[in-house]
Design a protein around this ligand. Structure first.
Ligand SMILES: C[S@@+](CC[C@H](N)C(=O)[O-])C[C@H]1O[C@@H](n2cnc3c(N)ncnc32)[C@H](O)[C@@H]1O
Length: 358
């Protein structure tokens, strides 16, 4: 079966189940993820004025992502997959599109990345589940300054707190559950990735992140030097709803309510978001537009209006009403891209409660 996505056509097996069982993996639901990725990478490479660049798609599946990068962004794209059937299919799919600016590899992603030490301007890790097993080698394969690491995680059960032990195991952090868990999932993945980079004396600066459908996706920029890497720890923290005093506790028994360590700095580079908006349309554009509004508000997490209304034993007024009333009072408001019932605002919680109770 041939499917069209972005500017490419790819041949994929008939009757795909979108599971590991498929001969070659292709998930049509990830099209928006790939659309956003094309836009962000393109904008990033333009901001740094790269003319000749190398991009790695280390777990390429059918090749749709890497082939789109090759055609829609340019440069030289290296696609790799451990599955020999995927490797063959990538070559065929490249021929189908007459794409020549690629190289194809059939190795374990970590072996492939290790063979390209400090070589790539962009490394994309889009695995089944967690990217954690590939992050070290991905960092090592990147140029140490102004290069881009892109990671997808589909193990949201771990990152969003339904599987706490899995989060601790994979990301060395305690997750936060609840309706706005998705932003904290992004922050935990970012914090973990940044901590890995410090031992290579690399500072990874988060420049874009989104939580859409069943996955989270983060983008971080490299910068080199021990002093810069040390800054990482200024951006790490724990999130708790209230309370706190020092006492010694076993590693696996955090004080009730604590979550982290996680990244607590800004999630977005505003210029990058603005530029990327020029390169996307449809659903990807809508998500980026929401994110552009989020960028204006310096709030970690959001107020979930339904959760608040439930706590206040009332029902939540329409979102539009809450937003208008807050704006009338001079506050900034945005609906976070990951929660249609949430609001990010510079208004104090008290004001939001008053409006819900009104
Ligand atoms: C989620 S799919 C990739 C989807 C693809 N990036 C896309 O956007 O369509 C994950 C891929 O990783 C491959 N894979 C699994 N373990 C791997 C490893 N250790 N090294 C390289 N590839 C691996 C699988 O064969 C599968 O094709």
């Amino acid at each position: 079966m041939i499917v069209e996505e972005g500017s490419v056509k790819v041949e994929i097996p008939d009757n795909i189940t979108v599971t590991k069982k498929d001969e070659v993996f292709y998930n049509p639901k990830m099209e928006t993820c790939r659309d956003i990725s094309v836009a962000i990478i393109k904008a990033f490479l333009e901001i740094y004025n790269y003319k000749d660049f190398y991009i790695a798609d280390a777990l390429a599946g059918s090749g749709v992502r890497g082939l789109r990068y090759a055609k829609e962004i340019g440069g030289e794209v290296y696609l790799n997959d451990i599955n020999p059937k995927a490797y063959e299919r990538i070559i065929k799919n490249a021929e189908l599109n007459n794409i020549k600016n690629i190289r194809v590899f059939n190795e374990d992603a970590n072996v492939f990345l290790a063979k390209h030490y400090r070589f790539f301007h962009v490394v994309d890790i889009d695995p089944f589940g967690s990217p954690a097993p590939y992050i070290d080698m991905a960092i090592r394969a990147l140029k140490t300054k102004n290069s881009l690491l892109c990671l997808t995680a589909t193990d949201t059960a771990a990152l969003c707190g339904r599987a706490k032990k899995a989060c601790l195991r994979k990301y060395l952090a305690y997750p936060l559950s609840g309706r706005d868990c998705h932003e904290f999932a992004l922050r935990i993945l970012l914090g973990y990735t940044m901590r890995i980079a410090t031992k290579y004396e690399i500072f990874l600066k988060p420049i874009f992140a989104h939580a859409t459908d069943h996955y989270v996706r983060v983008y971080l920029k490299t910068d080199r030097g021990a002093k810069k890497a040390d800054k990482t720890f200024e951006y790490l923290g724990y999130v708790k709803d209230i309370n706190g005093f020092k006492m010694i506790k076993p590693y696996d028994k955090p004080e009730e309510g604590f979550s982290g360590p996680m990244y607590i700095g800004d999630l977005y580079d505003k210029d990058l978001v603005e530029k990327a908006l020029d390169y996307c349309e449809g659903r990807a554009y809508k998500i980026l537009s929401k994110i552009r509004e989020e960028c204006e508000i310096n709030q970690i997490g959001c107020y979930d209006t339904h959760q608040l209304a439930k706590l206040l034993k009332t029902s939540a007024p329409p979102m539009e009403k809450i937003i208008n009333l807050l704006k009338e009072k001079g506050y900034k408001v945005a609906i976070p891209h990951y929660n249609p019932k949430g609001i990010k605002t510079n208004a104090p919680l008290r004001e939001v409660i008053e409006i819900i109770l009104r």
